[in-house]
Design a protein around this ligand. Sequence first.
Ligand SMILES: [Zn+2]
Ligand SMILES: [Zn+2]
Length: 726
Amino acid sequence: MQDLPGELSDIVAVMVGVSVEGPYSYRVPAGLSVVRGSIVAVPLVGRSTLGVVWGAPADNFAHNRLKDVERVFDVPPLSEELLRTVDWVSRYTLSPPGLVLRSVLRSSEALEPERAVTAFRATGLEPEKLTRSREKVLDLLMDGEAWAKAALVGASGVSASVIEGLERSGAIERLEVPPPPIVLRPDPDAAPPTLSAEQQAALDQIRSLEVDRFGVALLDGVTGGGKTEVFFEAVADTLRAGRQALILLPEIALSNTFLTRFARRFGTRPGEWHSDMTPVQRARTWRGVADGTIRAVVGARSALFLPFHELGMIVLDEEHDGAFKQSDGVNYHARDMAVVRARFAGARVILSSATPSVESRNNANQGRYKHVLLTSRFAEAALPDISPIDMREEPPDKGQWIAPRLAREVFATLDRGEQALLFLNRRGYAPLTLCKSCGHQYQCPDCSAWLVEHRFRGVLMCHHCGHEQRTPKSCSACGADDSLIAIGPGIERVAEEAAARFPGARMVILSSDMGSHTQLKQRFAEIETGEYDLIIGTQLVAKGHHFEKLSLVGVLDADLGLDRGDPRAAERTFQILTQVTGRAGRASRAGKAFLQTYHPTHPVIQAMIRGDREAFYAHELAAREAGGLPPFGRLAALIISANEHDPAFEFARRLLSAAPMAEGLKLFGPADAPIAMIRGRHRVRLLAQSGKDFDLSGYVRFWLDNGPKATGNLRVQVDIDPQSFM
Ligand SMILES: [Zn+2]
Ligand SMILES: [Zn+2]
């Protein structure tokens, strides 16, 4: 298929936004004209479907059965770089291109012209009768401008009928005007900050990447080091150069603080793109990005597929965050795909993190990314002093989870009028419930996972599928009364212990299931103003909140997640421990952190205690290299699922035996996935591992195209570069 610039002939290939493998041919009827990237409506199996003109058809002979393009939408055609990104993502993730295209065509409302707004303007004629109310309206319209009806009502305080009366009298006339823009143009010179010498040096390094060419910088700096100010200045450069900027964030819903910061720097809020928006906001933002009126967008990962035409910069803040990986539909990682899109767009990328992913650190070490370091904290605040508590030597009393030494530190902190945080990355009351009479263990009916007790809500809940049931009074297996016991701690259980041990402390529990986003935001604000002494939290508290008075962090289970058979376990543990201990002493006071651990000699725990992040990266990179794991090798996971276990396993075995031989390629499995059943589907896993220069996506596609086909309720899901091994 050719990529013809400019106008195409009367038969074109159209990629439709459904799960198909390639474009279909359509005829362009007289009177319509299209170019590559034009967004069109075409008939597909009897219904009108959105699609994008992909180019000339593969076979150019005119046959009569071709259907006509129904409509060409009056929006700018998609940019060449976006079309190439769609193709690339499709090939890399093994997702049908039409499915990837759906991430672009997210808002069909955006394709329709925006509805005009009713406005009024003075005609200069005097009305016959001039009341006080009419006078108010005419006074406002003295400026000669057209006023939107709603604005006129609001400013004058009169009713709509007064305005309509004036219109009938001929004193004012009605106009239809375009609606005001959804956001104003950001001003790169609105409020430039005063940067520290180190921040300025970091910015200078980023500026050594040319503003109109592809380049990637890893902005690698401690929490509180002022990374945001630095990348805002790079965004300002991009805006000055007449190009658009995109800032991607994990968990956008909790980032109102960030949007306000943006507004303070640039004089107006950015365009926003996240799941909390109304369809109308979505449509207007999409259109504003496409027609270039929106110059900067702050959004969640799917903003990567917005129809920019002048994209000059993509920033990923917290680039290591797992939220950038999408794992349903198209399995893509927004960090990697951002680099791909930026390459096609000739744009710069800034990856920002206090704990960069091992992949990005390796790219920086190899010189592929510019490594920009910010090592000192603002206001001379020291990094916290981190100590281990060896749980084999100083264990908590039976039935408790807080070791005596940590408890003493909490008391001392509270006595000084400062805040303490107890961290456990596990929601609920207890991860396992069993009956002490018969030993029955409560398990999800649809998943191979224990039900987690949530005592506040009185339920047992599955964290994989959301199944929940009331916590029974008597054992559902043997009928014994009050025989259920909780095994192990969750955050609610720690809170129960803390309430008993630190009476009088004002305590708050922070976990994603403890309220709506609005309620959680409120809790964070209350902590900042010092309304609580003791914070009990999950990883929700680890992310980007400034707590001025917090000087002690206790991690109750630093080993959680370390000993799973997951190649990324050490990295994730290092990242979360760094983030959560970084909460201590962010302002002017030095903080302390304690890690309760059974493995004080583990490299991750050692790196934490010594404050030696370089040691962690060095150790982890060496371990990955020795194992041929990413970024030194490639992985692809195939999850074969079915309603029954044996057919899934049997199919996986057949698939494995059909795998083509290739040099340096290793295949593992079939094996039951670590979570062998989710939502009633049995899951069997195959894993392919290759060297880093091997086209693993291409290999897996060839394998699946030529291997046995999944039929009936069998399904094969491919995850290239899996982040989770569940
Ligand atoms: Zn029982
Ligand atoms: Zn479940």
